[in-house]
Design a protein around this ligand. Structure first.
Ligand code: NAP
Length: 307
């Protein structure tokens, strides 16, 4: 009989990596639980369009997540809105112990798929105006800025995709980037050029100002060494991500110089029976890569648990 709250493998985080790990773990015959502190999908829920995941020419992030969740739930148990607080490994003991805000679990293996968190600008006004003009998600908040003036901060794929999404909604969009070259995929850069969205090059946001809501942004031009104020209604911040390693660090999992989890090719970390997959391992942050790593991690867990 199955011991209560005991699993062969527990996957922490239900983005594309975690859901795929769930499918592969359960299908190999392991008692598999996927725990997610929010809802399934992670940052993929916010992807306006996914057009590089094989099999789907163009699909909304949320729609893809829904399909993945449906498939995962056919095989593995999923618990949403439950946050893992601690993971303990007691040396040579077989089981790892997980404590969440709702229960305690014992497991033979843990796959960390905790992804990343949005990087903050760290300027005055950013946290004060959160939800009152400052946002990190165009699909969540863009609609409120239809026909209004918005600034998108950043030069990567997310910022460019965000700017295009807002432009398409009917916002008056400007992109602001700290360098004179975008980091985004060439294909996205071309779409941005075509869209006519102006770019403020070599410019950084120094402060976000307003009253009840955002009204202005203080822009510093790093080449001219000048400062001015831009009138805006919204500021969408897309300046990258930080790895979410709060559970990994106390376990003694080794991180690289950028704070991402180091794994070998089989997604094993330096801690026995602890694996990592998806954005938390750094590298190419794409849904297809996260899924592949999730599959590999679950396969390695199967090999170790059934040895
Ligand atoms: P990213 O690629 O790391 O780009 C972050 C951008 O923000 C960079 O242009 C960076 O400037 C800028 N930046 C960083 N810190 C800043 C600061 N303190 N102040 C001002 N600007 C700052 O992040 P991302 O766009 O969120 O993408 C994350 C990962 O997901 C990437 O691997 C990306 O390829 C992937 N992704 C892919 C898609 C897709 O459609 N395929 C969509 C979204 C994300 P510098 O360029 O000067 O460093």
């Amino acid at each position: 009989m199955k011991e209560e709250n005991a699993y062969d493998v527990i996957v922490v985080g239900a983005g594309p990596a975690g859901m795929t790990a769930g499918i592969f773990g359960a299908r190999s015959g392991l008692e598999t639980l996927v725990i997610e502190k929010g809802i399934c999908g992670g940052l993929s829920n916010e992807a306006t369009v996914v057009d590089n995941f094989p099999g789907f020419n163009r699909i909304g992030g949320m729609e893809l997540v829904e399909k993945m969740k449906e498939q995962t739930a056919q095989y593995a148990e999923i618990k949403e809105l439950e946050e893992v607080k601690t993971i303990e490994s007691r040396g040579n003991e077989e089981k790892l112990l997980l404590a969440t805000d709702k229960a305690s679990y014992r497991t033979n293996a843990v796959i960390l798929c905790t992804g990343t968190e949005k990087r903050k600008l760290g300027v005055k006004g950013e946290s004060e105006f959160l939800g009152r003009g400052v946002s990190y998600c165009v699909t969540c908040d863009g609609f409120f800025f239809k026909n209004k003036s918005v600034l998108v901060v950043g030069g990567g794929d997310s910022a460019v995709r965000g700017a295009l999404y807002l432009k398409n909604l009917g916002c008056e969009v400007t992109l602001i980037h700290r360098r004179d070259k975008l980091r985004a995929e060439r294909y996205l850069q071309k779409s941005l050029e075509k869209s006519g969205v102006p770019v403020l090059w070599n410019s950084v946001v120094r402060e976000i100002k307003g009253d009840d809501v955002v009204r202005r942004v203080v822009r510093y031009d790093t080449v001219r060494d000048t400062e001015d104020e831009l009138a805006v209604d919204g500021v969408f911040i897309y300046i990258g991500e930080e790895p979410a390693t709060a559970l990994a660090t106390p376990l003694g999992v080794k991180l690289d110089k950028n704070g991402y989890i180091i794994t070998d090719k089989s997604q094993r970390t330096n801690i026995a029976r602890v694996y990592a997959a998806g954005d938390i391992t750094g590298g190419v942050k794409q849904i297809v890569v996260a899924c592949a790593e999730g599959a590999i991690a679950a396969t390695s867990a199967y090999e170790d648990v059934t040895r």
